[in-house]
Unconditional design. Structure first.
Ligand code: KIV
Ligand code: ZN
Length: 393
């Protein structure tokens, strides 16, 4: 099965989420957890951005020994020198240089012709390769770049010495079909493309960051970039936990897997949420609080009979203890009875029916019916129907 390399940019693109600012200790703590998660490449920051970021990248590079540590640089010597300084203690370093290639960026931001883009990028890659064995070059806004120019820049980057070429959908604009096709075309057209790794980097502006990354894999991408919980600029980046679980759960379809330690996912998600202050929405795939929770009676009944009726992956896979059956107005008698048994009550059918009716009345008025509510319902009944046997309440 083909291995997909995972490049985590929680500490760089993820930290670019408005309102997020990680100090050096927090970056190291996340870096060490990413190492436990088995991330192949960790982008620790953008050293030329600030003295603090340079210090953080250096600290992560010193602390994390079992992953490649990556530092970002624009296509100029000053940025590359800052990355060199930050990565000098690293055991396994990679320089990541980028330059925009799309007509919109060439015309309005860079004010460069295609030739100038090619020359500037080539000079930067050659300079970077004097100091780094591993070098990734990103064609910023590749998603809106002419396909023949993407091939031309990729070809130049390989000849200049890039070991990974990244083709980002910087503004989350493409459909999966279009994005996958870029990788397929580059693989088929650029003569030495098979000698290097091609990387996918997607943003979620139209909610397609994960599916686009998967389409890139199908088109031939070797590496996927993203963040934990999908945090990042604007609507965020590809959520790495989603890609990892999609490949794991549908391996027969994708024919590719990551080497992540999947049962570290829940812990990593919680840590990133705590330190960035970015709350994970309840319905977020894989790591949201409701991802393994069931409320409707029909689903709960199915779950109690056979978990695969309503779960395509197990909570244990990502390091959670168990699925949750949440009692609410849609819940049925089966889950209600099981919950009472969990709470230590053993009731006759008649008593369950009476308590269930009270529970439904309450659930109509209250969003979450918690254990304490159930105890009150059962124990009120206990006073009027003393034959209720309380196991250990
Ligand atoms: O989205 C993007 O294009 C980036 C590059 C710097 C890789 O984050
Ligand atoms: Zn990005």
């Amino acid at each position: 099965m083909r291995k997909i390399y995972i490049f985590d940019t929680t500490l760089r693109d993820g930290e670019q989420s408005p309102g997020v600012n990680l100090n050096v200790h927090e970056k190291v703590e996340i870096g060490l957890q990413l190492e436990k998660l088995g991330i192949d490449r960790i982008e620790a920051g953008f050293p030329a951005a600030s003295a603090g970021d340079l210090e953080s990248v250096a600290a992560v590079a010193q602390a994390v020994r079992n992953a490649t540590i990556v530092a970002l640089a624009r296509s100029n010597e000053k940025d590359i020198d800052a990355a060199r300084e930050a990565l000098k203690q690293s055991q396994d370093a990679c320089l990541h240089i980028f330059l925009a290639t799309s007509p919109i960026h060439r015309q309005h931001k860079l004010r460069m012709s295609k030739e100038q883009v090619l020359e500037t990028a080539e000079a930067a890659i050659k300079y970077g390769r004097r100091y780094f064995d591993k070098l990734e070059f990103s064609l910023e806004d590749a998603g809106r770049t002419e396909l023949d120019f993407i091939c031309q820049v990729t070809d130049m980057a390989i000849r200049a010495g890039a070991t990974v070429v990244n083709l980002p959908d910087t503004v989350g604009y493409l459909s999966p079909f279009e994005y996958g096709n870029i990788f397929k075309t580059v693989k088929e057209t650029v003569p030495d493309a098979y000698k290097i790794q091609l990387s996918a980097h997607c943003h979620d502006d139209l909610g397609m960051a994960t599916v686009n990354a998967l389409a890139a894999i199908m088109g031939g991408a070797d590496q996927v970039e993203g963040t934990i919980n999908g945090i990042g600029e604007r609507a965020g980046n590809t959520a790495l936990e989603e890609v990892a679980l999609a490949l794991e759960t549908r391996s027969e379809f994708f024919g590719a897997k990551t080497s992540l330690v999947l049962n570290e996912i829940a812990r990593t998600s919680r840590l990133v949420s705590k330190l960035t202050g970015m709350v994970v929405p309840g319905n977020k795939a894989i790591v949201g609080a409701n991802a393994f929770a069931h409320e409707s009676g029909i689903h709960q009944d199915g779950m109690l009979k056979e978990k695969t009726t309503y779960e395509i992956m197990t909570p244990e896979t990502i390091g959670l203890k168990e699925s949750k059956l949440v009692l609410g107005k849609h819940s049925g008698r089966h889950a209600f009875r099981e919950k009472l048994i969990d709470l230590g009550y053993s009731l006759s059918d008649e008593q369950v029916n009476a308590a269930f009716k009270k529970f439904k009345d309450l659930a109509d008025k209250k969003k979450d019916v918690v254990d304490e509510d159930l105890r009150v319902i059962v124990e009120e009944k206990l006073i009027t129907t003393p034959e209720v046997y309380v196991l250990d309440a």
